[in-house]
Design a binder for this molecule. Structure first.
Ligand SMILES: Cc1cc2nc3c(=O)[nH]c(=O)nc-3n(C[C@H](O)[C@H](O)[C@H](O)COP(=O)(O)O)c2cc1C
Length: 320
């Protein structure tokens, strides 16, 4: 299980960072994999409203956001953590949020379904110096629509008033304990999922499709990963095209090695596809072989047939 923490304060060791670290420590304590991004240290150009994402589904600005799209799509739980600056999120966090317009466009204009969106969760952590009643109204609305764009169910927030000087959040009677407890409550259901690792040779077609269908149909019950015994550099564009014909969005995925795929925990089951001896299986872990032929270099009709075969196999797997 993967938790992505987006820390929006330019004061890296400030109150927001401390609160987010407490949250991530709670998640790690239960066994989740976490990553904290200090957004203010990253290169994220604000949206230029060029319209490219609406036309093509991608943002042409080549900066750190390209890596963040991949992380947002890989996360089971996304945490947006920001101090209040003028009743909203910081400019750095807002730049990231505005660039998620590319994901919004894929969902609402291109009508594609990110397979993770059926189970991904989002949560807001925020704090500010004053005690105004409406202090978090603006950021809560921004969070709601950000999480919708990135395909995450908004699970609510923890917000703290009258927190100003650096590190003052440590003096709060409950904030850090609240964050740890909330992390445990949000993470626990994800950790109950059975883990399945799909393996083929390049992790460009078969295992990618199998893991995406599993996420799409049963991501709340099964954590699906995929890997290749010899991972290629990129996923196969024909595979992406035939998955889009089914409305499934494979953007921002990339091939992984088996080591990378099991870094956040060993699977309960390995399903390998047509690669026989080339798929090194992990000792002690049950495995199955699906005799699905390799579509690489074959015409689009073959890719479609293999997609449908894999979908059928996944549907049978997840209904038992
Ligand atoms: C540019 C700027 C704008 C701010 N605007 C607000 C505000 O509108 N309301 C508020 O309560 N606090 C405001 N604050 C105070 C911060 O929210 C507060 O100091 C917070 O604890 C900073 O968190 P950090 O240590 O994570 O950066 C502002 C601070 C700055 C620097």
């Amino acid at each position: 299980m993967f938790v992505l923490g987006l820390q929006g304060s330019p004061r890296i060791k400030g109150n927001t960072g401390i609160l987010l670290s407490a949250f991530l420590a709670g998640a790690e304590g239960l066994g989740a994999c976490t990553k904290r991004l200090d957004v203010a240290r990253m290169s994220i150009t604000p949206c230029q409203e060029c319209g490219a994402c609406e036309k093509m589904g991608f943002c042409p600005i080549d900066d750190d956001m390209q890596q963040i799209y991949f992380l947002l799509r890989s996360a089971d739980l996304v945490i947006m953590a920001t101090p209040i600056f003028f009743y909203g999120a910081t400019a750095q966090m807002k730049a990231l949020i505005d660039r998620s317009q590319a994901l919004w466009a894929r969902k609402y204009i291109h009508r594609l379904s990110d397979p993770g969106r059926n189970y991904r969760s989002g949560f807001l952590l925020s704090l500010g110096a004053t005690k105004g009643k409406n202090l978090f109204d603006g950021v809560s609305l921004t969070a709601r629509y950000f999480f919708d764009a990135v395909g995450a169910h908004f699970e609510g927030s923890l917000t703290y008033r009258q927190v100003e000087g650096p590190g003052e959040i440590r003096q709060h009677p409950t904030a850090l304990a609240d964050a740890k407890e909330k992390a445990r409550a949000l993470v626990a259901p994800f950790l109950k999922r059975k883990k399945i690792l799909f393996v083929c040779i390049g992790n460009t077609c078969r295992s990618q499709m199998a893991s995406a269908f599993t996420q799409y149909y049963a991501g709340d019950r099964i954590e699906a990963e995929s890997a290749g015994s010899y991972p290629a550099r990129e996923i196969n564009p024909l595979m992406v095209e035939v998955m889009e014909e089914k409305g499934i969005d494979m953007a921002f995925r990339r091939p992984k090695s088996i080591e990378e795929a099991i870094r956040c925990g060993k699977p309960d089951l390995i399903i390998s596809m047509g690669c026989g001896e080339a798929c090194p299986l992990l000792p002690g872990i049950p495995d199955q072989e699906w005799p699905v032929s390799d579509p690489i270099g074959r015409p689009i009709e073959t890719m479609r047939r293999i997609r449908d075969e894999i979908e059928g196999r996944v549907r049978r797997l997840v209904t038992v």
